[in-house]
Design a protein around this ligand. Structure first.
Ligand SMILES: Cc1cc2nc3c(=O)[nH]c(=O)nc-3n(C[C@H](O)[C@H](O)[C@H](O)COP(=O)(O)O)c2cc1C
Length: 205
């Protein structure tokens, strides 16, 4: 995405906060990046930690109505309304937090709800990641990156990559100068369509 494209009025960002504490490092880093978005691009922020969203129940192969409560419906609508979805999850056990994973699990339900056009509507949109971790070495984030990239590939989405930061106690990410600098231009990238690893060869040819 160029700055020019980013100013287009048809863009809108959904920031999905997945930390299990308020005012954490991941939110700080995500907000630093979001502050660079042009003012005309709407931003919506949801904090999964404060939403009463139960664990996903797999009813994909059940018959009958698809039960969905108010919180789930609000999240589904917010997801479908955004052109860009930013999963801001701390690195927990080398992958996304349980809160973030639970939100992604709901995508499976939305994909297979009767009459759903979730997959068609998500295709071409962009998935981004923001994560903060105690480890200083970003090579430990492979699990999280793979989860986001492959999920985007499954839905035919673009993948903008992951903005990394280092920190443990709240606010510590502000001391990660490299992360703060990278945050300034993170959303200016022009994300490619996400591919599964077995499709990467085709892109290179
Ligand atoms: C349940 C849990 C699991 C964690 N797992 C990892 C990990 O695998 N690797 C790592 O570097 N840091 C790990 N951390 C540290 C967090 O990533 C770090 O404290 C981060 O700043 C938390 O982000 P937040 O401030 O946005 O909540 C873990 C922390 C918790 C609470």
């Amino acid at each position: 995405m160029t700055t020019e494209t980013a100013s287009a009025t048809d863009r809108s960002f959904l920031f999905v906060l997945g930390s299990s504490r308020a005012d954490g490092n991941t939110e700080i880093l995500a907000r630093t990046a979001a502050a660079q978005l042009p003012a005309g691009i709407p931003q919506r922020w949801v904090d999964l930690n404060t939403l009463p969203l139960p664990d996903f129940q797999d009813g994909r192969h059940d018959t009958g109505d698809w039960p969905s409560d108010e919180t789930e419906e609000e999240l589904r609508r917010a997801t479908l309304e955004a052109t860009d979805i930013v999963l801001a999850s701390p690195l927990y056990w080398y992958t996304v937090s349980a809160q973030t994973k639970r939100y992604l699990d709901y995508w499976s339900g939305w994909l297979s709800a009767p009459g759903s056009d979730f997959k068609e509507r998500m295709a071409g949109r962009t998935l981004w990641g923001v994560t903060v971790m105690a480890d200083r070495d970003e090579s430990v984030t492979g699990g999280l990156v793979t989860t986001l990239n492959n999920s985007a590939a499954y839905l035919g989405m673009r993948f903008g990559g992951v903005l990394f930061g280092n920190g443990s106690r709240p606010g510590q990410v502000r001391d990660d100068e490299r992360a703060m600098v990278r945050a300034k231009t993170f959303f200016q990238a022009e994300p490619p369509l996400a591919l599964f690893p077995y499709e990467e060869g085709a892109r290179q040819r």
